[in-house]
Write a protein that binds this ligand. Structure first.
Ligand SMILES: Nc1ncnc2c1ncn2[C@@H]1O[C@H](COP(=O)(O)OP(=O)(O)OP(=O)(O)O)[C@@H](O)[C@H]1O
Length: 451
């Protein structure tokens, strides 16, 4: 049972809502003016307020602001007979939970009240996302899994020298972030960090992007231009999507790596650069070498130090940390105040396939924050968002229902270290059913330690 305050100057609405909500077991207070409503609000501290925008004495929006500024945690549902964009935006901006048009539909009111109570409960029950991550900055690598600890150790070693580094990993696993952190922690962190995405520049311009060009080197070269190698100077050149560097340029680039000398396109002067090279790729360069699409010598030169950025599915234990961190970061960036996850959200996040890895997780949370109407990210909202992502990333025919089920069971088992009892509870099926599905789909642990 919740305490609900109704503020409306229309007698018939007050009476019908009172009857309807009292029947549902709620304790209802009524006011026909703004002043009376604010009095009852202070006196009874209701959980939900249903507030008309046009009142004889005060403006509903101002009452809303006053309620939001008070210590009370009440959720306010605005009602109005007049819909206009500006007022709707204002109401949501000032923290209204919902905005419903008259004539009122009982189901709509009931749904809004129930949802707002759910949010209120979640806000009161759940502790806030850890303050430790309040300093959310764009160049912090979050993770405590064994694989991430190995990466941190490797970064520590790499910061002390200038050896080329190859970072391999699927899209969105944090390859660029790792490169930035290596740069930041090195003695040359005051020097530039320059990025060249080899997949984003047309082949004909890549050479000049990399090495620069002299005036008149080709049609359109109206000025002399420094290439990324030169701009990076003593800093770091990060070559993203290295697998896309055309074969014709791979030889030239290898020459630069070996001698540390280069010439601008159309130039004759030999220049030097001591920049550190960090290359990243989501392709398997070894396979490309076998197929003659990547120069073997360049591959061996680059792969001396290889960092493997693991996909999220291989480090599920990092998901709660990442989620808390991103929530803080998104709040800072968007000026939002969503600080909690409803129970069940984390389990759901840990069982999603995350084909887009950390970037996909971050994007899903941005959407969840933007859509949230309180301080809590609800499970229902996450389900909706992840449902859309699954449809977008899988396409209509790529995943059969049984394929999705197998994948989901596999992820859940990994996430609880193959504790079948816990997994069956999370999946909402009995232990024998889980066992039979494991047999049916031939699911095996990824690593021996998962057994
Ligand atoms: N471990 C992590 N901790 C915090 N943020 C992360 C982590 N990994 C990735 N991110 C964030 O996820 C997003 C994608 O990361 P990044 O661009 O480094 O991935 P990438 O592997 O280089 O992607 P792509 O292959 O598509 O270029 C960025 O916003 C980055 O800050």
């Amino acid at each position: 049972m919740a305490k609900i305050l109704l503020i409306d100057d229309e007698y018939s609405i007050l009476e019908s809502l009172d009857m309807f909500l009292s029947e549902k077991g709620h304790h209802v207070f009524k006011a026909a003016t703004g002043k009376e409503g604010l009095g009852l609000f202070r006196q009874h501290r209701p959980d939900v307020v249903i507030l008309d925008i046009r009142l004889p004495d005060l403006n509903g929006l101002d009452i809303l602001s006053e309620m939001q500024e008070s210590e009370a945690a009440a959720k306010v549902i605005m009602i109005t007979a007049f819909q206009d964009m500006e007022t709707t935006i204002q109401a949501m901006k000032r923290g209204a939970y919902d905005y419903i048009l008259k004539p009122l539909d009982a189901d709509e009111v009931e749904k809004a009240v129930e949802q707002s109570l759910e949010v209120l409960k979640a806000e009161q029950d759940i502790p806030c996302a850890e303050d430790a991550e309040k300093t959310a900055s764009s160049d912090v690598i979050i993770g405590k899994s064994e694989k991430m600890l190995e990466i941190f150790k490797m970064i520590g070693l790499l910061c002390q020298n200038r050896a080329p580094v190859l970072i391999q990993g699927e899209t969105g696993t944090g390859k660029e972030l790792i490169a930035r952190v290596i740069h930041q922690n090195s003695p040359y962190n005051e020097e530039p960090f320059v990025t060249l995405d080899c997949s984003a520049v047309v082949e004909t311009l890549l050479e000049s992007e990399l090495f620069g060009h002299e005036k008149g080197a080709f049609t359109g070269a109206t000025h002399k231009n420094k290439g990324k190698i030169e701009v990076a100077g003593k800093g770091t050149l990060f070559l993203d999507e290295m697998g896309e560097l055309p074969l014709s340029l791979q030889g030239k680039f290898l020459g630069f790596l070996q001698r540390r000398e280069f010439m601008r396109v159309g130039g004759h002067q030999v220049l030097n650069s001591r920049c550190r090279i960090i290359a990243a790729t989501n392709r398997d360069l070894a396979v490309m070498v076998r197929h003659g699409r990547f120069k073997e010598d360049l591959y061996y030169r680059l792969k001396v130090v290889t960092i493997y950025a693991p996909p999220l599915r291989e480090r599920l234990s990092d998901i709660p940390l990442l989620a808390d961190y991103f929530l803080q970061k998104i709040n800072n960036e968007l000026g939002a105040e969503v600080s909690k996850f409803q129970h069940g959200v984390m389990d759901r996040l840990m069982t999603h396939p995350w084909t887009g890895n950390v970037r996909e997780l971050e994007n899903a949370l941005v959407e969840a924050v933007v859509r949230s109407r309180g301080k809590v990210i609800l499970l229902e909202a996450i389900e909706k968002i992840l449902g859309t992502y699954a449809l977008q990333s899988e396409g209509p025919s790529s995943y059969s229902l049984s394929g999705v089920e197998k994948h989901h069971i596999q992820n859940t088992l990994s996430c609880v270290n193959w504790n079948r009892t816990k997994a069956s509870r999370m999946l909402g099926i009995s232990l024998p059913t889980l066992r039979s599905k494991i047999r049916k789909y031939g699911i095996v642990p990824h690593k021996e330690t998962e057994l």
